[in-house]
Design a protein around this ligand. Structure first.
Ligand code: AMP
Ligand code: MN
Ligand code: MN
Ligand code: MN
Length: 293
């Protein structure tokens, strides 16, 4: 049976990706994606361009966003799908979430200067496509360019993670807030790449329970950052918590991302794909999705 090739997680220059929404749409389409979402960090400004590009290619598209949340002293990402991108409460919440990034970037540069890496703020800004969205990724690209590290992963390990000189703790949105911004704008909230969080078993159980209690409906089972053990674990968690399953590459850049758009395996057949929750009458991909139930 043909399962819909859905890729519901990736980033453009409107956050920390390197491609435009139009170039991402073309790449997704070339790779066989039939239903696509652009999910920039804390930002929806790229969605109009993405929707127009997908429509011109005849590819299914739903609005997306990836919201930064603080939970149990860890940063957790919540993906929103299929929401109204003009919803005022959502837009205000995202603007507030973006708000602290500039001051955080300055503090990160101060930390890097203390270990002899001068000019990091200006350096990172050269990689920023959207001045409201300075990310650790932009610092990482600059530190690769200057030859300090050979790849962005090494920059994160040496400089940008907890306890390292360029790491600055940050208070993001609350879990319930983020879920409500998405659901009240008519969207579906999804826990992004759960295998990446350093949570204890109890904290992870609390994350799933509270997410569900706040109205969250989905979890990424297949993502570029999950191995086979993660996929098996979160297949079971999706079933235990009654969550729809999502699939998304988390593609950022042709040079940096190991998982390209549209190239993940199919979701395990025992799960309910999240696009069933996103289906609207009249969507060609919704009709295709309904054949797969
Ligand atoms: P920020 O939102 O500024 O904290 O940056 C988070 C982003 O950094 C993530 O969305 C990833 O794109 C990237 N990132 C996080 N950890 C790593 C890592 N270990 N290696 C490469 N990129 C990472
Ligand atoms: Mn990112
Ligand atoms: Mn993420
Ligand atoms: Mn992401």
């Amino acid at each position: 049976m043909h399962l819909l090739n859905a890729d519901l997680h990736c980033h453009s220059r409107f956050s920390d990706g390197t491609l435009s929404p139009t170039a991402l749409a073309r790449r997704a389409h070339d790779n066989g994606v039939e239903l696509w979402a652009l999910t920039d960090h804390d930002e929806v400004s790229g969605l109009a361009e993405a929707a127009a590009a997908a429509s011109a290619l005849g590819m299914g598209f739903v609005n997306g966003v990836e919201i930064s949340v603080s939970f149990a002293k860890e940063t957790v990402h919540i993906v929103g799908l299929g929401f109204d991108a003009s919803n005022p409460a959502l837009l205000a919440g995202l603007a507030r979430t973006r708000g602290g990034r500039l001051a955080r970037a300055q503090a990160m540069a101060d930390g890097l200067a203390q270990v002899g890496l001068k000019g990091a703020f200006e350096g990172a800004l050269r990689y920023v496509g959207n001045p409201a969205l300075v990310s650790r990724t932009h610092f990482a690209r600059w530190l690769v360019e200057t030859g300090t590290c050979t790849d962005t992963g090494a920059v994160f390990r040496r400089f940008l993670t907890e306890g390292k000189p360029g790491f600055v703790p940050h208070e993001w949105a609350g879990l319930g807030e983020a879920v409500r911004w998405i659901t009240q704008a008519g969207g579906v909230a999804v826990i992004a790449h759960p295998g990446r969080y350093k949570l204890t078993v109890n904290e992870e159980y609390a994350l799933f329970s509270e997410f569900k209690a706040h109205g969250g409906q989905g979890v990424e089972v297949l993502t570029g950052s999950h191995g086979q053990a993660d996929t098996a674990k979160y297949t079971a968690m999706a079933q235990e918590f009654g969550l729809f399953a999502s699939r998304g590459s988390d593609f950022h850049s042709p040079e940096e991302s190991r998982t390209d758009l549209g190239t993940l395996p199919d979701l395990p057949g025992v799960l309910q794909p999240v696009w069933q929750a996103l289906a609207r009458p009249g969507n060609a991909w919704a009709a295709a999705a309904s054949l797969q139930v």
